[in-house]
Ligand binder design. Sequence first.
Ligand code: BLA
Length: 508
Amino acid sequence: RHEEHAVDLSNCAQEPIHRPGAIQPYGAVLVVDAESLQVLEAAVTRQEMREEFGPLVGAHVGAIFDGFFEPRCGELQKLKEGQSLLIGSYPFGRAGAHYVLAHRTPGLVLIDMEERVPGDAGTLEELYPSIQACIAQIEQTSDTIEACAIASAYVRQLAGFDRTLIYQFDSRWNGAVVAEHRNERLPSYLGLRFPESDIPAQARELYRRNRVRLIADSDYTPVPFERAPARRQLEPTDLSQSMLRSVSPMHLQYMKNMDTGASMSISIISEGQLWGLISCHNLEPMRVPVHVRTACEFIGQILSLQIALKERAVSVEKRIARRAVQVRLLGHMAGTEDFISALGREEESLLGLTSATGAAIVHNGQCIRLGACPSTRQIEEIVQWLGSRTPQEEIFSSHALGAEWAPALAFADVASGLLAISISQLHDSFVLWFRGEVVQTVNWGGDPRKGSHGQSPSPRMSFESWKETLRHQSLEWDELDRDAALELRAAIVDIVLRKAEELAALNE
Ligand code: BLA
């Protein structure tokens, strides 16, 4: 038995995928010093390129390839960090025509030279009617999932993949396929859920910054960089911006296990966060011409905007409704001496504030229960447990209380979810909200508990659907729920303080 590698699902996210030290074999990448414009590194797929044009590393970029870059050197030098420059197409002799694009990164200019694909002579303009039709349809729907379905259909039609699907992340970065368009060559993944580790954190961060990637052939041999002597001790260069960046071997294995020869994915960003991906698969390897990628990226951006708009509208609506409830609650509380009892008379408002199914107020040895709640004794136990937690926090929330504190399993039916605010440091005083259990069946695309054949860290072998029944969980509390609870807490603390001050003033 050979020794086990130290790689596992938890350090998968440590692989520096933006610095692979190699490229995918459909072109060349030059790493150029941003000031001197000297070529520091070169990865070249086609040897004919070197043979015909001579050495690249060490030369001034204006001097290589028969002076192709010479007229653009001024522009290359003026590029600002993050900017890109389209240089155009060049017939590299026997190596064939390449499409050339430069990106400015800290201290460097990366030059992507991508072999041209048959059919890539088209223009974005030709694709415009399709893009236009797609936008018009997306605009007409107010339903996010329908917008996703429309976008996946157009991207598939534009780029010609066997399957395109929309993959949406949840709050823990697991994800589910919410829309799909395909032919019969690849199976359907619609409705399946995949675990967080399938797209690890560093990949998600890269995809947030860089919206498109193409893996033209899952079975390729990477082409390494030749480096100038001064750079040989440095870590590999950051290729985040390069379309030719070589891909994680882990993910290439995943693609093979998934029976896909090529994949492209486009980021869906909402409010600066990675919301999901348009993920495209082809049974066989395939290239996607630049103008087609651009069109797909554009559709991705339109979809992103539409999703962001919809999510914001929903959250604004919810905030306004919550605000009205809050005003009502505070009105009742402020008008009375015994504001705790006042709160206890406002069942509908108090539950509505956080969309809870039950609530309890524990204060000065009193316990007021509203809606569906655990028993008074069980609530006392909850409060004791909350009071014993360190550090003491103003707010606690869990949608699977039983997993954190086993005694809670006894009343999971009414309180799998708990949201609590402490309203006094001195005694164990809390407002608690409960949510009942919601049993869910999750259709995983393969068993999430194992990578593949047992403990190994490699991507799973099987994408057979695997059902899991989630017990003892409620719907999740979101940011709006927590904000509403914290605002109520601030108001209560404020009232308590004011009353204490009034009392002090009377005593003077
Ligand atoms: C990357 N994983 C990805 C990507 C996708 C997925 C879409 C982006 C690259 C691409 O477009 O192909 C996963 N693809 C999916 C999922 C669906 C899909 C879930 O279509 C659902 C339908 N992956 C693993 C394990 C590891 C791993 C165990 O399963 C690590 C131990 C890693 N996945 C991994 C890495 C990348 C990745 C490192 C980044 C690849 C790169 O950009 O270099």
